[in-house]
Design a protein around this ligand. Structure first.
Ligand code: CA
Length: 229
């Protein structure tokens, strides 16, 4: 039993219940919200370890919840999206969700994803024995998980931090998208390699002075990405 809490925000009762049942069987403690406002109330009281979030919700929608969460830290988010909502999915990832599943999905798949995302956010804590990395305009501190650009402190999600840490701790080494998926996400079968592009773009927006002409996170055409110190 892990006892970690997972908040399921979903207005369709059948999905909410099935997901909760599977998560409970896997040893997690599910919490339920049928709409966005209830979710905010629950999270204000106590922040769950993970949020499973339907994007289309009555009252306060999934995007607003994602924004609200990202203003407050790096609680991992798995989005639930419909098949035809690809643009929404990308928007959600860009706003800071960690992963997504497309409806209809198997509850077992969702449990695997939840486990992987939680493992990643815990592994981030394990990185904490390492020393900070210093570059001229950039400091990456695994103890505090803080990234400083010039004099600005940036808040990164667990996934963004892991991705940056992997690249920056192997300067000039080129990683393919599949290698990044494997090392950062750990579940290459489920995740579309296109998600890596979205994450790279988000990282650049956070740490580069000019994201369209990145100095640190460079694209190696036809191969992947590397960190230039
Ligand atoms: Ca819905």
């Amino acid at each position: 039993m892990t006892g970690q809490t997972i908040l399921i925000v979903e207005d369709e009762p059948s999905i909410r219940e099935v997901v909760g049942l599977y998560l409970e069987r896997a040893g997690y403690q599910p919490l339920y919200a049928a709409d966005g406002r209830t979710a905010l109330t629950i999270m204000t009281r106590q922040m769950p370890d993970l949020v499973v979030l339907d994007l289309m919700l009555p009252q306060v929608d999934g995007y607003e919840i994602t924004r609200w969460l990202r203003e407050r830290g790096d609680t991992p988010i798995i989005m639930l999206t419909a098949r035809r909502e690809e643009a929404d999915r990308i928007a959600g990832l860009e706003m800071g969700a960690d992963d997504y599943v497309v409806k209809p999905f198997s509850p077992q798949e969702l449990v695997s994803r939840a486990r992987a995302v939680l493992r990643r956010s815990q592994r981030s804590t394990a990185v904490a024995t390492e020393q900070p990395l210093h570059f001229t305009d950039l400091t990456i501190d695994p103890q505090t998980r803080l990234v400083t650009v010039g004099s600005d402190e940036k808040t990164l999600t667990a996934t963004e931090f892991d991705l940056l840490w992997l690249l920056a701790s192997h300067p000039r080494q080129v990683f393919s998208r599949d290698q990044l998926l494997d090392k950062v996400w750990g579940l290459t079968d489920y995740i579309d390699p296109g998600s890596v592009t979205v994450y790279i773009r988000r990282l650049r927006e956070k740490i580069e002075a000019n994201p369209s002409e990145p100095r640190h996170i460079q694209t190696v055409w036809g191969v992947g990405y590397k960190f230039e110190p």
